[in-house]
Design a protein around this ligand. Structure first.
Ligand code: NAG
Ligand code: NAG
Ligand code: NAG
Ligand code: NAG
Ligand code: NAG
Ligand code: NAG
Ligand code: NAG
Ligand code: NAG
Length: 260
């Protein structure tokens, strides 16, 4: 009796050949290798999920069925010669363990388990200007790189190489720019994947320009208009001085026409 139980256990252990790990990206396709011997001619292929063995795709008596479960409807491809299963348009819910049961025409039987991990592509990071300041040496700028992805590492690339800059672990860069166009790239990375965004910056006012004098800013036309306004204000005062009135009126008209 004891020997018989041991024998059954040994068969079951030998049954499960391997546990394969497969990574796929959200929305992409992934192929789950059946692990079957390529020389086998398969007569039964059963792909299932969950501990209660819910069939999702099967091949039996020459009939293929890949629409057994609504959550995978239209997304499965079963290769009846290799037994491999392709899942298209991966969703988060596809991230789980899959079981394949293969029987060949010689009645060889193997069961494989495949773990599918659904990964998400990294999103482009965002570069924001935190602060900038003009000094004698040039413009100091502080940029912050952010991303919606969790636990990524940030790194920066600055061109030309001669630009001085420092960075910290939190994705902040500070650099001194002059009038040369500078290309700044933030790279977020996680495992094998990277995503990047760039900005181009330069310093426009390297030295603060001397403030223009009030007279220059006012301009000739403004000056004339001011004189004209003064003359108009003087009209009521000179009004009852009789003869000078007409002379002043003439000159005020002259001023206005010249300021147009
Ligand atoms: C394969 O699935 C069918 C149901 O579609 C089931 O009747 C059959 O027993 C399964 N075969 C194996 C080897 O799991
Ligand atoms: C099998 O398990 C899944 C999840 O645990 C459940 O949604 C499904 O209804 C179960 N199927 C049967 C036939 O019990
Ligand atoms: C898979 O995605 C493509 C484009 O992303 C879409 O056209 C197609 O209808 C989707 N198929 C299924 C079965 O969801
Ligand atoms: C099925 O798998 C075999 C062996 O891997 C391969 O040669 C063949 O091209 C595949 N068929 C399809 C339709 O992908
Ligand atoms: C397969 O996935 C399950 C659930 O995600 C996990 O618990 C298990 O450790 C994985 N197996 C291997 C061999 O990585
Ligand atoms: C700007 O600075 C870089 C390095 O700091 C230098 O190589 C370059 O010549 C400077 N350009 C100008 C226009 O000053
Ligand atoms: C981030 O960088 C550190 C040190 O270079 C490394 O140990 C860690 O694995 C990296 N993390 C990610 C998510 O790439
Ligand atoms: C990283 O890339 C190498 C080679 O391109 C690949 O073998 C490995 O599986 C990848 N690792 C991850 C976690 O994607």
């Amino acid at each position: 009796m004891r020997g018989r139980i041991l024998f059954i256990l040994l068969i079951q252990v030998a049954h499960v050949q391997s546990l394969e790990e497969v990574n796929g990206y959200l929305g992409d396709s992934v192929t789950l290798p059946s692990g079957g011997n390529p020389s086998w001619k398969l007569s039964v292929i059963n792909w299932s999920i969950f501990p209660n063995v819910t069939f999702i795709a099967s091949y039996r008596n020459g009939n293929k069925n890949t629409d057994r479960l609504s959550r995978y409807k239209g997304r499965l491809d079963l290769n009846t010669s290799s037994g491999d299963l392709t899942i298209r348009n991966l969703t988060r819910d596809d991230d789980m363990e899959y079981t394949v049961d293969l029987i060949d025409t010689e009645r060889n039987n193997i069961v494989n388990k495949i773990n599918v991990t659904v990964l998400k592509h990294l999103q482009k990071p965002t570069i924001n200007t935190i602060s900038s300041k003009s000094t004698e040496e040039g413009c100091w700028i502080w940029l912050r790189c952010t991303t919606a992805d969790e636990s990524v590492n940030f790194s920066w690339e600055v061109e030309p190489d001669s630009v001085l800059y420092t960075t910290n672990r939190d994705g902040v860069l500070s650099a001194i720019l002059n009038s040369t166009q500078t290309h700044i790239t933030c790279i977020s990375s996680k495992n094998n994947e990277t995503a990047q965004s760039s900005v181009s910056q330069k310093c426009y006012d390297r030295k603060p320009q001397p403030q223009p004098l009030p007279r220059d800013r006012f301009g000739l036309h403004g000056f004339i208009a001011l004189v004209a306004a003064l003359i108009i204000m003087l009209i009521p005062i000179t009004n009852w001085k009789g003869e000078r009135k007409t002379l002043l009126k003439k000159s005020s008209l002259l001023c206005f026409s010249s300021s147009k």
